[in-house]
Design a protein around this ligand. Sequence first.
Ligand code: NAD
Ligand code: MG
Length: 402
Amino acid sequence: MHDSQPAGITILGATGSIGVNTLDVVSRYPDRFHVIALTANTDVEAMAVQCERFQPRYAVMADTDAAQRLAKVLRGTAPDVRVLGGKDALVEVAGLPEVDYVMAAIVGAAGLLPSLEAARQGKRVLLANKEALVMSGALFMQAVHDNNAVLLPIDSEHNAILQCMPENYAAGNAPRGVRKIVLTASGGPFRTLPVSKLAGVTPAQACAHPNWEMGRKISVDSATMMNKGLEVIEAGWLFDLPLEKIKVLIHPQSILHSMVEYDDGSVLAQLGNPDMRIPISHALAWPERIDSGADQLDLTAVASLQFENPDKQRFPCLELACHAWQKGGTAPAILNAANEVAVQAFLDQQISFTSIPRIIEQVLEQCTVHDAASLQVILEDDAAARRQTMDCIGSVRMQASS
Ligand code: NAD
Ligand code: MG
């Protein structure tokens, strides 16, 4: 990137929690960043406000009806914005030649194709959409490598680890001299709730994260700790490490965002307030540093940092994810699909919180795992796992009502 011209950016999932935080940072540096495209799923109102403010060249709604409604609104308020609709348009704006950086912040498998396109087009990929890497890690990392894309993780833990890696380290390579990495986890809202009460928790309770304000899906994933399971897989791909070199530690304050332990016993950690604008700014400005807008860390106010091992009985999703990764092939894609469908069913109050891991386990037993050699195989197994999960949810609900 040359200094004089601002970097062109596409923000996939602009109306979400990560998208909004990204625009907050971008808005502070109009001479560094120029918004080329914003995308969302259905939230026309939020997208219209963002378009009026940032005047992107393109606004994409994945939902085509929503795109029509947006076009109508913008005709009056931002007529220069080109409105596109549908999934193909998400991919299109991720790969535009005038785009230098792509913030991949769509939630779930829906983000896979546009995130992958950014890698294939050799962009700087700011990856929040961990599900894309969980589903297609080998293909994704190959696309990054083959096209000289720059992959910078936005997940606070992975961003912390990248910051603690040796100088000139690039994602995808096995780091030298590293004994292990430690991913920290807050433990979510149910870290200390009696296990016997987990079956009765509500979606609102599950989404009330103690430290972070996030979208509903990742909030539930944090409550089950599937989020950390997905992050173990994400870390495995990003840092080319086997499962035994990735440790998970509960750290309820969410101040120490992860660490790298070296062969000589040195442990490097990155600390900061729980504010996603910090990793977002790191990746946007990399290798430079800019003010993210986050409050300065006051360790005397935090006073103490605690660490404990995760309780496997309380958080079965963590083990399920590690097993799926050990199994390899499309098993992580199947796990991810089952999780997305089960979490949605929990949010829709169709199943209990504790049914989530039970259903995922069943789906993993019932679905055939294939070699994750092509996108087609991955997407087929994702679809099969979704159907299987719907069936399991149906049986769980039948049992509950009989
Ligand atoms: P969110 O629910 O707040 O936002 C999701 C965004 O994706 C929205 O803009 C929505 O319109 C869009 N979207 C949803 N479904 C879509 C579909 N089918 N097609 C196209 N677009 C769709 O989610 P979030 O919390 O911002 O999380 C986004 C991603 O970042 C997730 O993968 C999450 O795991 C990851 N992440 C989030 C945080 C956080 O603090 N929020 C932290 C680490 C990682
Ligand atoms: Mg994280």
